[in-house]
Design a protein around this ligand. Structure first.
Ligand SMILES: [Fe+2]
Ligand SMILES: [Fe+2]
Length: 396
């Protein structure tokens, strides 16, 4: 990324042309909406040499315009929302699709001082153009304020800003669609996971939230990239998806399972593996490994395959620690909640037995954060923790 600042010298025509080319190249390969808007705002700030650039996007559901980035003093990553049917510059440009250029903002009744009042920025000149897609539909507004040389915005500036808006529109539309699909995918995964855990746990949401956070922290502590850690976090709620195939008399049995019943219970790993087998998306591929192998143990005494050591996929070794820890810390009809520190000691004690020592070491690193996570949500046991054997069912 180029290094932009408000003190950049005035650009020559050649430099502007180069920036336009760079602008097109940069935005065409960015799919993350926040990042994309950030890049666009930085480029516009630089090319027009302005004190502030704000990109507003329409939120049709709420009938508002919002901006998460606003380059310039005092507004970085502040969310601003304005009503679409308002009478200020941004709303009017979004509604009419017309450019508004103010040589003296404070003298124009269409200018709202609301944002200036909560920042240390004083708008003098303002230029706002519509952001339209290929079919002419207004997606939002590009707004710049205060040219560095103090002069008002001219026709050339209007042309450049409109050109940049045109260049950016399809990238913004694609990034928005991509974001919508991503959110829909995560929501579907989460709802599926709730379905799987719903029958035998009242606190499904807390369990899924806790294990996804712990898995994420573990992945980062193991040196995985943020992207890989996100994948693990998003896949983790599906580890017990195979439970949907278990009959009520097994899954909901209040007492201890017979050896035969326990064998059936164990098959939820196989069912989970079958449900997620052959998935195309990366997140479901990770979830497949987790659901099939989350009861394998480092020393080879787990199920369904009795895999040992690094033959167990890393993703499964991570979710195992998160799942067991959370299961220990909550109360069930057959057991009280363990104190988090007792559960922590249990995890440490199982290093090299049930759990990969490397992951236990990572758990040690993140434990202070994990402890805080449970501080306000889990009723702590008043009686001594039961022996690990009594926790048989919670690791299922
Ligand atoms: Fe679980
Ligand atoms: Fe399980």
């Amino acid at each position: 990324m180029s290094d932009f600042s408000n003190e950049t010298p005035k650009l020559s025509a050649d430099e502007k042309l180069n920036l336009l080319v760079e602008f097109g190249a940069r935005i065409s390969c960015e799919l993350r909406l926040d990042k994309l808007l950030d890049i666009i705002a930085q480029q516009i700030t630089h090319m027009l040499d302005v004190g502030r650039c704000t990109i507003y996007l329409k939120d049709a559901e709420r009938n508002e315009l919002w901006s998460k980035i606003a380059q310039g003093r005092g507004l970085e990553h502040t969310e601003i929302r304005v009503p679409l049917d308002g009478e200020t510059v941004t709303s009017i440009v979004a509604r009419t699709g017309q450019t508004i250029n103010l040589a003296d903002a404070y003298e124009d009744k269409r200018f709202s001082m609301a944002v200036d009042m909560v920042t240390d920025f004083r708008t003098h000149t303002l230029l706002a153009v519509p952001l339209k897609n290929n079919s002419g539909k207004v997606l939002g507004v590009f707004q710049v304020a205060n040219k560095a040389d103090g002069s008002p915005f001219d026709k050339k500036d209007e042309g450049i800003l409109l050109l940049l808006a045109t260049l950016a529109a399809s990238s913004i539309e694609i990034a928005k669609l991509y974001q919508d699909v991503h959110v829909a995918q995560l929501e579907t995964i989460y709802r599926l996971a709730v379905t799987a855990e719903y029958r035998d746990q009242q606190d499904t949401r807390a369990h899924l939230k806790n294990i996804s956070i712990i898995s994420y922290l573990l992945a980062l502590a193991l040196g995985m990239s943020k992207k890989e850690a996100e994948l693990i976090k998003n896949a983790s709620p599906l580890h017990d998806i195979g439970k949907v195939a278990l009959a009520d008399n097994i899954l909901l049995k209040p007492g201890r399972l017979t050896p035969e019943e326990f064998e059936i219970m164990k098959s939820h790993t196989i069912y989970g593996g079958r449900i997620l087998e052959g998935a195309h998306s990366k997140v479901l591929q990770v979830a497949h490994k987790m659901s099939l192998y989350h009861h394998e143990k480092w020393n080879g005494t787990g199920y369904p395959k009795g895999l040992q050591g690094e033959d167990i996929p890393l993703e499964a070794r991570i979710i195992t620690v998160a799942d067991v820890f959370d299961a220990l810390c909550v109360s069930r009809v057959y057991k009280k909640a363990w104190k988090t520190d007792d559960a922590y000691l249990y995890i440490l004690g199982e290093s090299g037995k049930a759990f990969d020592p490397r992951i236990v070491a990572a758990f040690k690193k993140i434990y202070s954060s994990v402890r805080k996570l449970y501080l306000n949500q889990t009723p702590q046991a008043k009686t001594p923790a039961p022996a690990p054997a009594a926790a048989r069912k919670q690791t299922v």
